[in-house]
Design a protein around this ligand. Structure first.
Ligand SMILES: Cc1ncc(C[n+]2csc(CCOP(=O)(O)OP(=O)(O)O)c2C)c(N)n1
Ligand SMILES: [Mg+2]
Length: 284
């Protein structure tokens, strides 16, 4: 969300359920959404975002090619390794390939689906690209622990999928340092394993590269002081966002509970069934 240019204040307000949040406090971490920023949210149902991402990409191609009202675009559709066996994902890949839909499925493969290791939940888990190739989709594996490598491999794929209006598939290998959630006791892995990956942390490696001189194999484009100043600036932005969210109003249940729930009220439901708590249906 931050990478798509969404204001940290409205993100924090959303996380804390305030009306000033990007989804008016009703979305929380799962359903942040901004058409303006072309960020189409997360999804609480694992894998269900894959047909949606495919649909968004179809719409983009239709607007560009048929209606001639939009630019040539590509949709990046992210999913975890825990989502790759969902039936809907296979249907989405088939249609994307068949119809030339510009969507890139990016599997953030961190090796665990909640507490289940990938070798226990997915057959042929070390050859995930086969699952794209099987549908005739260009599929690549990327070491996600090296940020520059991710950029170097993703950029040509994004350009190609946009240019040719074709789908893509990426097995982006990464690691999850924290548990799946706050309540995850992480009994399914050893501390040694986590420590081993901590030594390969992509953000620490990038910082190292930026700080080290060219002679030492780095880029030498920032100093320690500049890095400290950056950290302070970011901390200030976060604290401002916290302050903003804590002082923002809660959504009014009378008006907010049922608005933006459906694009249009469902025809077969009466207003009283569609809208609860006496809220007035603004569309009727
Ligand atoms: C259809 C469906 N089944 C089960 C769940 C419960 N659930 C939430 S996240 C998750 C694991 C998803 O794995 P992954 O995408 O790899 O995420 P990670 O654990 O790495 O964060 C499951 C099973 C769900 N949200 N939706
Ligand atoms: Mg995972």
């Amino acid at each position: 969300m931050l990478a798509y240019g969404i204001d940290p204040k409205v993100i924090m307000a959303e996380l804390t359920g305030r009306e000033a949040g990007i989804s008016k406090g009703k979305g929380g971490s799962m359903h942040m959404f901004s058409t303006e920023h072309k960020f189409y949210g997360g999804h609480g149902i694992v894998g269900a975002q894959t047909p949606l991402g495919t649909g968004l990409a179809f719409a983009a191609r239709y607007k560009w090619e048929v209606l001639e009202t939009g630019p040539k675009q590509v949709c990046l559709c992210y999913l975890g390794d825990g989502a790759i066996d969902q039936g809907a994902f296979h249907e989405a890949k088939n249609l994307a390939s068949l119809m030339g839909i510009p969507v890139i499925y990016i599997i953030e493969n961190n090796g665990y689906s909640m507490g289940t290791a990938i070798h226990r939940h997915t057959a042929n888990h070390d050859k995930l690209t086969m699952r794209g190739e099987a549908y005739g989709i260009k599929s690549i594996e990327i070491d996600g622990l090296d940020i520059r490598n991710v950029y170097d491999k993703m950029k040509p794929l994004v350009d190609e999928c946009r240019d040719l209006q074709r789908p893509g598939f990426v097995d982006l290998k990464t690691y999850r340092y924290q548990g799946h959630s706050m309540s995850d006791p992480q009994k399914y892995r050893t501390k040694d394993e986590v420590d081993e990956f901590k030594g390969k942390d992509s953000i620490a490696n990038l910082l190292d590269y930026l700080l080290k001189s060219e002679d030492e194999g780095g880029r030498g484009c920032i100093t320690e002081d500049e890095w400290k100043a950056m950290q302070k600036k970011i901390k200030d932005i976060v604290m401002d966002a916290v302050d903003f969210a804590e002082n923002a109003a809660d959504p009014d249940p009378e008006t907010e509970l049922v608005t933006d729930t459906y694009a249009l009220p469902m025809k077969n439901l009466s207003p009283s069934e569609t809208y609860h708590h006496g809220a007035k249906n603004p569309l009727l």
